[in-house]
Design a protein around this ligand. Structure first.
Ligand code: 26V
Length: 751
């Protein structure tokens, strides 16, 4: 990379009369020209990350940082009278929805950063995850027209397009390549569907609703479209060099299935090998098992994909045939192993006329991993318990990680500078160095850390003021719950806890209460009614509290609109406390918990997902763990009756009653009553309070009050925060990617 030349080019850009969009395009293109010169050739062996989501966030600042010109560029343009921060207007490319998509982005970043040849494959959606705003406290959704800013960081590869055939249409998959910059420059290749108007629909939206057959067909098309485009590309390139010596294929390729959305890749691989290259089915399966690996990201039954075999056959007859053949093949293997019939049923690829995509993934993959210790234990003991007995060597844990480049160096330049000053720049390459710095824990260091936190809180407050028009209480405790809106994540429980505190404050029961701001950020899936009702409820609670003179300056609740990666960068850096309160056993890992920890927030959390590993590393005394454990919930599940609890605890009843006693209005939608019914009567196929909101509420309130008490001793609270930041190295995605490279992809030697 010729940095001097790049700086020179940047200096030559004139800003006169140019708007942000124009300058964004121009600066990005100058950088791209430089990048193109160095764009790494594929390595001998590469790993491929197949995912329907890549939640990249804003590329501009990250790329300039990786090119080593961010600070200089800031000064160059400042001299010309243009504040580079104005480019924060540029919206994120939100081609993902939550944790799974952001994880994919972090892994790409880390792989490039540490020099692992990992290439991403996905879909170039015309519209990303919807943009959210609130109207009367209700979520409103607008199409995310991210391309209106142009797409200067991608290169269309016209000559590498491919035809993907369905029974009723042929679609052209056109690759767009985005450089992922680090020690290597890897590639994120996103396919756009072209051809007819029908064809274009395939890459129009992320997760189109799948409650109708038409919706399901579209989802199947999406999944097959990009998986097949990827696999065909790799197989065809391979054949050019090695002919049909497919047993060598795994020596050059490791494919990672990010959840089940790309499982059709394995089916397409089997189809290609057996039908077009006449490889025996058993041999093809053997090769697939050395090539494909599967990461499970959730145990929620509603998120485990099953596709009607009839639907698949309608548009992909050969793929349906292959999957059926796989079922026959698998049965034979299971019989040979002496599996019980019930066990065979459990592991079946095809069940009651539907393809169980997770079972397909488990059968054809060489390695299967969960994303945190407890999650891996649960998939081995529950979700895939039978398969884990017959194929114990397939399963392993790789706890998630996040990239410290975006989630520390970029979003918290002040803390990064403090680390540099105290122990040199080595930590930027090797985050582990942080935890060795005992010297950094002296009082003076804690004070310096606290000063950084204050600055980040001011910046956050300023950002919220700009975006929401709301002034946060300065110097309050900033407590954040930012993540997708889902019942298992229990934002509703936080709403109840906040109300409890509010009532106690008003009653004068909390005389020494330190001023506190609760910050929420979350989008609810478009068709998820109860999640939307929770948003409305939280906004109603916020509205009541924020106008109440009695608690003015002491308690504030702010639900920010359109929470996205860029918003997260501000919130994780500027928060004191991280809420990670999922029902034990439900959050596979969580990664927001890691981002907040790395920036020195203490966790108020349950023994769930990666919270357990966070508390273990940063110290139980530096975090606030509460609530029922998986074991405890297992014990009480059958006899649990939330109505009994509210009968005995009037304070709990008082808050849950607000869903139905007119304290707050749901605008006549019936949404609040529905939430109440889910708690006390049960909803869908669930028993009352399936997520144990009522059960854990009391201990949650106590944990929050303990935080409030401890915060009064500013020095010791800052020390707890610092201990979290300094022990976050394990949660770097550099560590996670290295583990995949070594244990899964066979990339342990430098390529
Ligand atoms: C998907 C859906 C789609 C339909 C509506 C309901 C629903 C509920 C959950 C999901 C989860 C999709 C998978 C996912 O994003 N899992 C997240 O993966 C993260 C990265 O491993 C992990 O940190 C989170 O704990 C896990 O929830």
């Amino acid at each position: 990379m010729n940095r001097e030349k790049l700086l020179d080019q940047l200096k030559r850009i004139s800003t006169e009369g140019k708007g942000t969009k124009e300058l964004y395009g121009e600066i990005s293109r100058v950088c791209m020209d430089e990048i193109k010169r160095d764009w790494s050739k594929k390595s001998v062996k590469n790993a491929y990350y197949l995912s329907v989501e890549f939640l990249m966030g804003r590329m501009f600042f990250n790329n300039l940082m990786e090119l080593g010109v961010l600070n200089e560029a800031r000064s160059i343009f400042a001299e010309k009278g243009f504040d580079l921060n104005r480019l924060e207007e540029i919206e994120d490319a939100a081609l993902g929805n939550g944790g799974l998509g952001r994880l994919a982005a972090c892994y790409l970043d880390s792989a490039a950063g540490i020099g692992v040849p990992l290439q991403g494959y996905g879909i170039r959606y015309r519209y990303g995850l919807f943009r959210q705003r609130f109207e009367n406290g209700f979520q409103r959704e607008e199409a995310d027209d991210w391309l209106k800013w142009g797409d200067p960081w991608s290169v269309r590869r016209e000559s590498e397009k491919r035809e993907i055939r369905f029974a009723d249409m042929t679609v052209t998959a056109v690759p767009y390549d985005m450089p992922i910059i680090g020690k290597r420059i890897n590639t994120l290749r996103l396919f756009q569907a072209e051809g007819s108007a029908e064809a274009e629909k395939i890459s129009e939206y992320l997760y189109p609703a799948d409650d109708t057959d038409e919706g399901k067909l579209l989802r199947i098309r999406q999944e097959y479209f990009f998986s097949a485009a990827c696999v065909r590309e790799l197989v065809e390139e391979f054949v050019k060099v090695y002919g049909s010596r497919f047993f060598k294929f795994p020596e050059y390729h490791a494919l990672q299935l990010n959840d089940t959305h790309a499982v059709f890749a394995a089916a397409e691989f089997l189809r290609l090998l057996t039908q077009e290259y006449k490889v025996a089915f058993g041999d093809a399966v053997k090769i697939a098992r050395k090539t494909f690996n599967y990461t499970n990201h959730t145990i929620l039954p509603e998120a485990l994909e099953c596709w009607d075999a009839e639907l698949v056959a309608r548009i992909l007859p050969e793929i349906a045939m292959i999957l059926k053949r796989l079922q026959v093949f698998a049965s034979r293997e299971w019989k040979a192993k002496g599996c019980l019939v019930s066990d065979q049923l459990d592991m079946s690829v095809m069940k009651s006329g539907r393809f169980a995509m997770a079972n397909v993934a488990v059968f054809v993959s060489g390695r299967i991993n969960g994303v945190a210790e407890i999650h891996t234990r649960i998939i081995k003991e529950k979700l895939f318990a039978v398969a884990a007995r017959y194929y114990p060597d397939k399963f392993l844990n790789i706890t998630n990680g996040i990239t410290q480049r975006r989630w520390l160096m970029l979003c918290n330049e002040e803390l990064s500078a403090l680390y540099d000053k105290n122990f040199g720049r080595g930590w930027r390459e090797d985050l582990d160095l942080l935890s060795l710095r005992d010297a950094f824990q002296r009082d003076a260091d804690v004070a310096e850390f606290a000063a950084v936190k204050r600055i980040k809180k001011q910046q956050l407050a300023e950002y919220v003021r700009k975006r929401e028009g709301i002034a946060l209480i300065p110097d309050a405790i900033y407590i954040a719950q930012v993540k997708r809106l889902h019942e298992y994540k229990r934002q509703l429980m936080t709403a109840f806890a906040v109300l409890r505190i509010y009532y106690d404050l008003k009653a004068g029961k909390l005389p020494d209460f330190s001023p506190t701001v609760f910050l929420f950020g979350a989008k609810a899936a478009s068709g998820y009614r109860r999640a939307k009702a929770i948003i409305k409820y939280l906004n109603a609670v916020a509205e009541t509290i924020n106008v109440d003179e009695a608690v003015r300056g002491k308690l504030q609740v702010v639900f920010v609109q359109n929470y996205d990666v860029s918003y997260a960068e501000k919130i994780v850096a500027g928060s004191d406390v991280s809420l990670q309160v999922s029902t034990a056993g439900f959050e596979a890992s969580g990664t927001g918990n890691m981002k907040l920890m790395m920036n020195g927030a203490v966790t108020v959390g349950t023994m769930d997902g990666a919270n357990i590993e966070i508390a273990e590393r940063a110290g139980l005394n530096n975090n606030y763990i509460f609530g029922a454990t998986v074991t405890e919930l297992g014990r009480i599940r059958n006899d649990y009756n939330p109505s009994e609890i509210v009968q005995n605890k009037p304070a709990v009843k008082r808050v849950t009653d607000t869903l139905v006693n007119g304290t707050f209005s749901d605008g006549g939608t019936g949404g609040f009553a529905e939430l109440h019914a889910a708690l006390f009567e049960g909803a869908s196929w669930h028993k009352p309070d399936h997520y144990f909101v009522v059960y854990d509420l009391e201990s949650y309130v106590q944990a929050l009050l303990a935080v409030n008490r401890d915060y009064r001793n500013a020095e010791s609270f800052s020390r707890k925060q610092l201990m979290n930041a300094l022990h976050s190295a394990f949660f770097s995605s550099d560590r996670a990617v290295k583990t995949y490279a070594n244990l899964v992809w066979g990339l342990d030697r430098p390529q």
